[in-house]
Design a protein around this ligand. Structure first.
Ligand code: UGA
Length: 353
């Protein structure tokens, strides 16, 4: 078992998931080496004496920093990715370049240096078909088929790249003895997620950030295709707790794919929008609520977008080890929303430029 005195390298340790994991692993006593393109989300942690930070775009690593960081670590978390559907539609080649080519180099460094790898993948690898409305099926790591849409719907290029990366990690385990765990996250929510948009055309963050922006800056909440698609959301603290289990129970999770998600927190995006409005109205009874508007996927994301109807994880690989999510859907939203509502009240909304 890895002891908390070990060195953990976090590639992408200052992103949304990475920043929460970095904070938690410092509390657990690990020595951390964090590599990220930007340190903004962990600025308050950088003075800690158990963290080394390298500001680096791994696509421009002329000095071989990636390899030397991997060499120095007992375990590597690889969280580097473009993970936002608008990016898959707008720049599919760059998504594959970063999410497959560059991540594969990191995998190969772990093979060369005999270093354990915890590779972040995505729940999108399950593809567009699987959990059908009205049945009890859940996505299981070792049982579900992975089914993508047609090539012309190029949203699936991301999931395809991630799936091939997973298969390469698995193959390196078979042929080169790589110790690995693959994590498939299911819609985590929390503070410092994505980015906020002051105007509706100022960007396309994932759904929670999109709706909290609408509430704060008083622009429409857009329901893509009527908001009929369903997701199961997980509070970031519950997700990070699961990551700590995976890190510390190295043998149990060696050469395993693990879903991290909260099956009980399933909702349609339509109901999710209304729950966020209810929570906002409870807190600010005199505030106006923004309109809700329906848009097609193509209008909202551009040509090539296609969605997954329903995505529910089988979480038993974690619950069998004692992990239990602490936040139901309302509590997840209340905690995450209160952070933003305290930081950016609508009336005094600051410029985020
Ligand atoms: C995205 C990523 O593609 C996954 O890699 C990642 O694992 C996942 O987020 C995640 O957060 O775990 P997706 O579930 O499509 O996948 O994420 P969102 O962009 O948050 O969309 C969720 C649903 O809300 C979709 O049906 C989308 O069309 C809808 N949506 C999004 C709206 O109705 N309105 C919005 O303003 C934004």
């Amino acid at each position: 078992m890895i002891m908390s005195t070990g060195t953990v390298a976090l590639f992408g340790g200052a992103g949304f998931i990475g920043s929460h994991l970095t904070e938690r692993l410092l509390e657990e006593g690990y020595h951390l080496v964090v590599v990220d393109i930007d340190s903004e989300k962990i600025e308050d942690l950088l003075s800690h004496n158990r963290i080394d930070f390298h500001e680096l775009d791994i696509r421009q690593d002329d000095a071989g920093t990636v390899t030397s960081v991997v060499e120095s670590a007992d375990v590597v978390f690889d969280l580097i990715a473009y993970a936002n559907p608008k990016q898959y539609v707008d720049m599919p080649l760059e998504v594959v370049h970063l999410n497959y080519d560059q991540n594969l180099r990191l995998v190969e460094d772990c093979v060369e240096t005999d270093t354990r790898l915890i590779q972040f993948s995505t729940s999108e690898v399950y593809g567009k078909i699987g959990n059908r409305k009205g049945d009890d099926e859940v996505f299981s790591e070792d049982g579900s088929d992975l089914i993508m849409g047609p090539v012309e719907n190029h949203r699936w290029i991301y999931a395809t790249a991630k799936q091939l990366l997973e298969r390469m990690v698995h193959a390196h385990g078979l042929e080169n003895d790589l110790d690995w765990t693959i994590i498939r996250p299911f819609n985590f929510i929390g503070r410092e997620m994505d980015y906020l948009i002051e105007e509706p055309d100022a960007g396309t963050p994932r759904v929670f950030a999109s709706f909290i922006s609408a509430l704060l800056y008083d622009h429409p909440m857009y329901l893509v295709d009527g908001g009929e698609n369903e997701r199961a959301f997980t509070h970031i603290s519950d997700a990070v707790e699961a990551m700590v289990y995976i890190l510390e129970e190295a043998e149990r999770y060696n050469r395993e794919v693990v879903n991290i998600g909260t099956p009980g927190n399933e909702t349609s995006i339509h109901d999710f929008a209304h729950l966020m409005r209810d929570i906002y109205a409870d807190r600010s009874p005199d505030g106006d609520l923004p309109p809700i508007e329906n848009v097609s996927g193509e209008e909202f994301y551009g040509a090539g977008y296609e969605d997954c109807e329903r995505r529910i994880p089988d979480a038993t690989k974690l619950t069998d080890a004692g992990w239990e999510p602490q936040y139901d859907l309302r509590e997840t939203l209340e905690e995450a929303m209160s952070y933003y509502l305290e930081k950016y009240e609508r009336a005094e909304a600051p410029s985020l430029d």
